[in-house]
Design a protein around this ligand. Structure first.
Ligand code: HEM
Length: 387
């Protein structure tokens, strides 16, 4: 397809690489981009766009493509707040030497978590969240939305040995604080959301410090992580920030994966007979929660045959690579690729499947949910909000 046809297609569909994230069906558009314009400059958005799987992989592998603009390690709205301090320490947001040693400890720790155990923790935490509700016929959409954001987070906290299982109020509070901090990271966040995120970062820091100090996390993997980090000369604040970071990373994206799985089940009831893990894996590829990520050029260089300049931004369309049919292997691009690829991918899929199973057990009806929903406003995540 030539560029004029793509422009026509985009115009009729009212779609561009950013609005695609929350478009009802962005996949024909993504496929056309991947096939015909795998790497291009979108002058209106002021962004380079990588859409083909080879180009996406090349950008994510390029040494001059950084996870943050080099002069702006923390988003300006968060800078100088507790949320900014926390953000600035995340391995996800740092390149090279700053990111390697702690990541070398986090990756094996996450890899060692048994997904079956994570699913069991999710079942146990679902009982904590459901305390007092008893049996019901259909779960209201508002409760489904709350559970999507809470259950994966508190199940992961529980896997890490953090004290969330004591009572419902504690579990709900932790989940709400994590969600508030996650929301503040969005470029769409308003001043109230940013303020709430800063308060949440402070709250989470205090809660984690007291949980670790009183030894309640002794049965989980965190004491060994702290010990190894101390031996490697990694500062304790970076370890604490990244433990909170794990909960934050389990929040929106896993809610998106579980929510998109409910939609998939609702639209295609026959998939309800398949093992849930398989449906989740399919959704991660075909209706992924994280649709794009960004890279920031640290130097003038050549990228995918184009001259790019220091300060330029590349929008990396993971979802386009995923649906293009052009990759050598079928993989869940939604978890990224290369040196910043998600080390929580297996865990995320186990938590999403367990969350969907718990929701169905509590009366959530996928077909009814799929009839009334919208996507939450976002420039990178496709997260259903049920109505
Ligand atoms: C469906 C859920 C999830 C999705 C779609 C997802 C996706 C991603 C993506 C795309 C990245 C790379 C970002 C980039 O390169 O710009 C990433 C990084 C990361 N994710 Fe996930 N993630 C999910 C859940 C989780 C969970 C549950 C955890 C923790 C248990 C986690 C931990 C991390 C960490 C630590 C990084 C940073 C890796 C690094 O920078 O080296 N994620 N994730």
């Amino acid at each position: 397809m030539n560029q004029t046809r793509i422009a026509a297609l985009a115009e009729t569909a009212g779609i561009d690489p950013l609005s695609a994230v929350t478009h009802p069906d962005p996949y024909p558009y993504y496929r056309e981009l991947a096939a015909s314009r795998p790497f291009f400059r979108d002058a209106r958005l002021g962004l380079w766009v990588a859409a083909g799987p080879r180009e996406v992989a090349a950008v994510l592998a390029h040494a001059d493509c950084r996870v943050r603009p080099p002069a702006q390690p923390v988003p300006p709205a968060l800078a100088g707040t507790a949320a900014g301090d926390l953000f600035g320490r995340l391995v996800r947001m740092n390149d090279g030497a700053a990111h390697a040693p702690l990541k070398a400890l986090l990756v094996p720790m996450l890899a060692a978590v048994d997904p079956v155990r994570a699913a069991q923790q999710a079942v146990a935490m679902a009982q904590v969240l459901d305390a007092g509700n008893g049996a019901r016929t259909a779960m209201p959409a508002a409760s489904v939305n709350r559970w999507l954001f809470a259950l994966p987070v508190v199940a992961l906290a529980s896997v890490l040995g953090l004290p969330v299982a004591r009572d419902r109020d504690t579990a709900v509070e932790v989940a709400q604080q994590v969600a508030a901090f996650a929301a503040a990271q969005s470029p769409l966040a308003d001043t109230d959301t940013v303020r709430a995120g800063a308060e949440a970062a402070r709250w989470l820091g205090t809660w984690l410090a007291s949980s670790l100090a009183c030894g309640v996390a002794a049965n989980g993997p965190l004491p060994a992580l702290q010990h190894a980090a101390l031996a490697a000369g990694i500062e304790a604040q970076a370890v604490a920030a990244n433990i909170i970071g794990l909960l934050v990373q389990a929040c929106e994206a896993t809610a998106g994966l579980a929510g998109n799985t409910l939609l998939w089940l609702g639209r295609d009831p026959s998939s309800g007979g398949m093992p849930l893990q398989g449906v989740v894996a399919r959704v991660a590829q075909d209706d992924p929660p994280v649709q794009n990520t960004r890279r920031f050029l640290a130097a003038d260089t050549e990228l995918c045959g184009h001259a790019v300049k220091a300060g330029d931004t590349v929008l990396v369309l993971l979802a386009a690579a995923s649906c293009s049919g052009l990759a050598d292997d079928a993989r869940a691009w939604t978890f990224g690729h290369g040196r910043h690829a998600c080390p929580g991918d297996r865990l995320a899929q186990a938590l999403a499947a367990a969350t969907v199973a718990a929701l169905r057990a509590c009366g959530a009806e996928p077909a009814a949910l799929a009839r009334a929903f919208r996507y939450r406003p976002s420039l990178n995540a496709r997260i259903a909000h049920f109505l």
